[in-house]
Design a protein around this ligand. Structure first.
Ligand code: UDX
Length: 453
């Protein structure tokens, strides 16, 4: 099948490459000539494990190509995917659909023969109707079915998620559209991925509902973590205890500094706006949004407390900047609020991230970037794990202690246990690891921490 993917950003590039890998003939189109030139030269505009090799292989097999010119790719395609950005609109938080609508207009003008136009971008309910209206208005003779096919890819695991999805959701009003989509995903029948055929509006809402539910799950366990700290309980064991109940499930119950990224913050906000406009506010999700925003800021206070109540004049080493590991994405990363909060408190910041430092530079000021975790810890009064990269999972504590001004660790991802770290002579603060346990394990919490070298 011939496919045009409009937008070679994160979703478009991963989806286009994986569809080519299924055996389809895919052209990824993007307006940015520099991005297309880089892709043609084999350079990836984003960091996603395994993507460069998969792109190279499919380009070599001549199933995947890149272009800036939309019209010829669309004219030849049986299915055209819209995978352009839908950022939060400044001011009202509603999804900005201008790129989607502009793409729809351009696609409409280039259509030849029956074509399925698929919205893959995350779009508010009713966008498919508007895309169809725009196409029919721009090109009244076009033979077209407009379909919604939301993506559920996680950054860092996107290829695996595309090839082995939990489910595929297809929202189509026209059975011809549903049939073409069945062909697009036919290779996945082998993996027995369930395909849910539904109407367009239901498909659009399913995407938002899934992300809002997951954001709620994370926010729930984050609040339980705070409670654990106050009442002397352990959130990881609470999470395991509830997660083993099949009705709850064990995933997305890791307490941390609050969710970030390109999807959860934007999509929860967009769902809140859609629901308010529809006169049926989703109050639970509204609360999740505000609890998560406050949480990111509260993490700086947690670090300040771990440093004895003030960070003025102190050096704080931040390990991990991206919103999660295996990505270079800094969008809505908790590190941004944490670093700003610490700087407001008078701290000097050293930071290290395996992939995110380039993206972080324009977003943060007065940060000294380090070459690895140990360089980052030089002279620091505390080391703070913000993102759980593998490189931070087996740190050499003895080496850290010789480098730091004080052996203090704040572990916002519970990479370590309090017992482990304290045994190595560090003061430790985790997330939802009870204060009571902390006091027990620390022989004399009142003593000043001495430099260990
Ligand atoms: C998410 C959805 O998982 C995906 O289906 C959707 O298409 C896009 O949004 P992504 O943003 O790439 O994917 O990352 P995800 O792994 O879901 O993590 C999102 C945020 O939640 C991260 O900041 C992560 O650190 C945080 N998180 C996740 C937790 O704090 N605890 C958890 O248990 C899980």
């Amino acid at each position: 099948m011939r496919i045009a993917m409009v937008g070679a950003g994160y979703v478009g590039l991963v989806s286009g490459t994986c569809l080519a890998d299924f055996g389809h003939s895919v052209v990824c189109v993007d307006k940015d000539p520099a991005k297309i030139a880089a892709l043609q030269a084999g350079r990836m505009p984003i960091y996603e494990p395994g993507l460069d090799a998969l792109v190279a292989e499919n380009v070599r097999q001549e199933r995947l190509s890149f272009a800036t010119d939309l019209a010829p790719a669309v004219a030849e395609a049986e299915a055209v995917f819209i995978a352009v950005g839908t950022p939060s609109r400044r001011g009202d938080g509603f999804a900005d659909l201008s790129y989607v609508f502009a793409a729809a207009r351009e696609i409409a003008a280039a259509l030849t023969g029956f074509t399925v136009v698929v919205t893959k971008s995350t779009v508010p309910v009713g966008t498919g109707d508007e895309v169809e209206r725009i196409i029919r208005e721009t090109n009244p003779g076009a033979e077209v079915a407009v379909v919604s096919n939301p993506e559920f890819l996680r950054e860092g695991a996107a290829i695996e998620d595309f090839k082995r999805p939990d489910r595929i959701v297809i929202g189509a009003e026209d059975p011809r559209g549903a049939a073409v989509m069945g062909e697009v995903y036919r290779p996945l029948y082998l993996n027995a991925a369930p395909i849910l055929y539904t109407d367009r509006r239901t498909a659009e809402l399913t995407k938002y509902a899934a992300n809002a539910f997951l954001a709620t799950k994370i926010t729930f366990i984050n609040e339980m973590a705070d409670l654990c700290e106050q009442v002397g309980a352990n959130v990881q064991q609470v999470a395991r205890g509830i997660g083993l109940d099949n009705r709850i499930g064990s995933k997305f119950l890791h307490a941390g500094p609050g969710y970030g990224g390109s999807c959860f913050p934007k999509d929860t906000l967009a769902l809140v706006k859609t629901a308010q406009d529809a006169g049926t506010p989703v109050r639970l999700v509204e609360t999740v949004v505000s609890v998560n925003d406050q949480r990111k800021r509260a993490m700086a206070r947690k670090v300040i407390l771990a440093c004895g109540g003030s960070v003025r004049g102190k050096t704080i080493a931040i390990l991990g900047l991206t919103f999660k590991p295996n990505t270079d994405d800094m969008r809505d990363a908790p590190a941004l609020s944490i670093i700003t909060g610490l700087q407001d408190g008078g701290a000097r910041i050293r930071a290290y991230d395996p992939e995110g430092m380039e993206a972080a530079r324009p977003l943060l000021s007065d940060v000294t970037y380090a070459s690895d975790a140990y360089d980052c810890a030089q002279g620091a009064d505390a080391v703070v794990i913000v993102t759980e990269w593998n490189a931070f999972r087996a740190l050499d504590f003895a080496r850290l202690a010789t480098l730091m001004a004080a052996p203090v660790m704040v572990d916002l991802r519970n990479v370590y246990t309090a017992e482990d770290v304290r045994r190595r002579g560090f003061r430790y603060t985790g997330i939802g690891q009870s204060r009571a346990a902390a006091v027990d394990a620390d022989p004399d919490p009142g003593l000043p921490v001495m430099r260990r070298d």
